[in-house]
Design a protein around this ligand. Sequence first.
Ligand code: IPM
Ligand code: MG
Length: 369
Amino acid sequence: MNFKIGVLAGDGIGPEVMQSALRILKKATQNSDHTFEITEAAVGGAAIDLTGEALPADTLNLCEKSDAILFGSVGGPKWEHLPPTQQPERAALLPLRKHFELFANLRPAIIYPELKDASPLRSDLVENGLNILILRELTGDVYFGEPKGRRGSGPDEEAFDTMKYKRFEIERIARIAFESARGRKKIVHSIDKANVLTTMVLWREVVIEVHKNYPDVKLHHLYVDNASMQLIKNPAQFDVVLCPNLFGDILSDEASQITGSIGMLASASLGAPESKWGQPGYSFGLYEPSGGSAPDIAGQGIANPIAQILSAALMLRYSFKMEKEALQIEAAVKKVIAEGARTGDLLPTGSSGRALNTNQITDLVLNAL
Ligand code: IPM
Ligand code: MG
């Protein structure tokens, strides 16, 4: 196959860590039967500076012709003065998700045993490692529900968004939750707020119905407030956490912080296998680190590239069915971490350990491959 990859590095540390990921990708795939065509395009603040738009038509065009998108990160103080709807995050990332109907967002939160000191939780809570898959619905809910807007003036001025789910939207993400759980510990916690919100009553009903086809998987329901508490109290109880869009946004940040190393966490946003994007038989997807553009350290060459590298591994796994190469990248990262290599974000505060820069840790991963 010839796979086309649209590379959108974006802002802040995005371009720096993207260079690392592309180096690893090249080496990891050099002996495969496939060829890869990599095309870069502007997105986010960088694209606003160039063209006035966060998601220029050329960039969207490139993505439409691609089999997968490797995404960096967007946003930064430079563009915060813009009206909210024109800011990089809202004007680039959300339209991309919606346009390609990337409804399934996989955010694995993993604690590497060697990094458990980086977790803010007491070590007895995380000593056996953690491997939680936050599965977030990504194209529905209050993020996209209509109507949304503002009206009126004075004390009566109001603003509104609409929380809304269609049955099929809940069904398709629930199926992915149960399928994923089958390859793991076979536990799904479905998150809702069915004690207050009608949308969430439907969510729970549909999840229960879909579950009937997966009797081998254990299903629990948690209200989102309780879930946020349980994640800190006893994170080891979780395997797959199935979330509506808004709650998944919040809980995935919480879960990633529990691992202590957001610079290590990759994510995949997938559409339906039968979607019209990408090549038949392969899943179109967008792959991005869970962390942001980190403007405070951008341009210094010290950012942790591992989340971007692992995002490329997820792309090989989910979009190109290259499990072997994905595992090789993941094993190389594990080896380098096990041998003690650390970027600044992975050193406990006050530690006297030496921090490697972006290129140095990338070289080590390359050598380990
Ligand atoms: C995320 C981010 C985005 C979201 C923002 C940048 C629009 O927080 O991917 O979690 O809210 O989905
Ligand atoms: Mg978020």
